[in-house]
Design a protein around this ligand. Structure first.
Ligand code: PFF
Length: 448
């Protein structure tokens, strides 16, 4: 029915793609600002613990199901089902994943579009095109539609090229560039006046913030950051050779994700306090540190403006970093519905990509036009409800519905002897009981 399946050509290719999916706006923007408003290093410590105790086991469940099934989420969950009822729920969760991945992409592409506009802005400034600068940094519907379209187009071009020539090749190119840009920016910002205050705010733990609210914030962040629940990791796992060690690669993905989030904090918080030193307001009227779009789109650009010619390069480097981080994540989201269209509907990749991409762009456009009423709603439905609930579904499928010996057999491929280690003896039980309970408790708390 369909063309031969794509596969990553090496474990590095898989690692770059999966880490690329995980590392995104959530790491560079979300994590540092959440840490700043939740007790600095206290949040960082809780996050680290949760990332390895909750997110890593859940990530492993998703990767293992994907590699075993070598199919998209709908087929994979149906495949490990044992009867008509579980098959029905497998389809339901699979379609849920496709829907939620598409919804996340629809708002993510808008935010990434802002980043592209801000990346272009210094060039317009260089040519003295002040009208263009104003348009690029304004927030008009026209600007947002244009740049969301450009970003979505970039995402589609990569996905249309396939697993090896698109996803793998671009992730392998972009991820190292991201790390280099991040490190260069940190070195520069840390030499500026005020940076040390920011570093202190970030790294001095304030444990008085420890509360259920902090736990929920950290858990939500870990889920979003590791791209869990919606089938992106499942589909990437399905393109991984059975000769590779899943536990090792999954641990590396988690480490890279957590490491880059932590490192991004060394950039964002010092940069905010450098901006304050240069005269920019970094606290809202209520005394809270500015964390939303104003931080990235106003506070930091104001800082770059005070830096003269260097500021031009810093602005370009910073927004290039944001665009790269977004792109390696957005391709993983688009791959979810595209893989389904290829495998279940028999549509060739080169046709499925623009078709699905255009539908998602249409959703983005509807959000842009009704921004105030739709943006927050879509973010909340997809990330606060969709992702955790689907995460629970995946854990239930891995822990309760799939046979334990098959689960372990898949894990042993590429990692013989793993069944003897204590962690992996406990893991199936963990995915069965602890993960769903933890996720559901946090979910109930946050919804109430
Ligand atoms: N992990 C990405 C980030 O931290 O920005 C966001 C993301 C990517 C969420 C892919 C969900 C997803 F399926």
């Amino acid at each position: 029915m369909s063309a031969p399946r794509g596969q990553f050509s090496s474990n590095i290719g898989f690692l770059m793609a999966a880490a690329g999916s995980a590392v995104g706006l959530g790491n560079i923007w979300g994590f540092p600002t959440k840490a700043a408003s939740n007790g600095g290093a206290a949040f960082v410590v809780v996050y680290l613990i949760l990332a390895f105790l909750l997110a890593y086991p859940a990530l492993m469940a998703e990767l293992t199901i994907g590699r075993h099934a070598r199919r998209n989420m709908v087929q994979a969950l149906r495949g490990i089902s044992t009867g008509p009822i579980t098959r029905f729920f497998g389809s339901l969760a699979g379609f849920g994943g496709i829907l939620v991945a598409s919804l996340i992409l629809s708002f993510y592409a808008i935010v990434a579009g802002w980043m592209v506009a801000h990346l272009v802005e210094p060039f317009a400034g260089l040519f003295g095109a002040s009208g263009a600068v104003e348009w690029l940094t304004g927030n008009s519907v026209g600007r947002n539609l244009t740049f969301t379209a450009i970003f979505s187009g970039m995402t589609m071009l990569i996905i249309a090229a396939g697993v090896e020539k698109g996803i793998e090749r671009w992730s392998t190119l972009l991820m190292p560039s991201l790390i280099i840009l991040l490190l260069l920016l940190i070195v520069y910002v840390l030499t500026q006046p005020g940076a040390m205050t920011g570093l202190e705010v970030y790294l001095m733990p304030d444990f008085s913030h420890l509360s259920p609210k902090l736990l929920i914030a950290a858990m939500g962040q870990a889920f979003f950051s590791l791209s869990l629940g919606v089938g992106t990791m499942l589909i990437y796992g399905s393109y991984l050779s059975q000769q590779e060690s899943l536990p090792r690669l999954g641990a590396l993905v988690t480490l890279i994700d957590v490491g880059i989030a932590f490192t991004a904090g060394l950039l964002i918080l010092p940069a905010m306090y450098v901006a304050q030193e240069a005269g920019t307001q970094i606290f809202s009227a209520g005394g809270e540190l500015i964390a939303g779009p104003d931080l990235i789109l106003q506070v930091l650009p104001a800082l770059f403006d005070t830096m003269g010619t260097a500021g031009l390069f810093v602005a370009i480097a910073f927004f290039a970093l944001m665009v790269i981080a977004s792109l390696t994540s957005s391709i993983s989201m688009l791959e979810v519905p595209v893989a389904f269209s290829i495998e279940n509907l028999g549509v060739p990749r080169r046709l499925a990509t623009p078709l699905v991409g255009l539908v998602i762009f249409a959703i983005s456009s509807a959000i842009i036009v009704n921004f105030d009423s739709l943006f927050g709603l879509v973010v909340s439905i997809s990330t606060e409800y969709g992702q955790p609930l689907l995460g629970v579904a995946l854990c239930i499928f891995a822990g309760w519905i799939w046979r334990r010996d098959q689960l372990l057999a898949e894990l042993q491929k590429g990692h013989p002897g793993i069944e003897n280690s204590l962690f992996w003896k406990i893991w199936p039980w963990y995915v069965r009981i602890v993960c769903p309970l933890l996720i559901l408790t946090a979910f109930a708390q946050s919804v109430i």
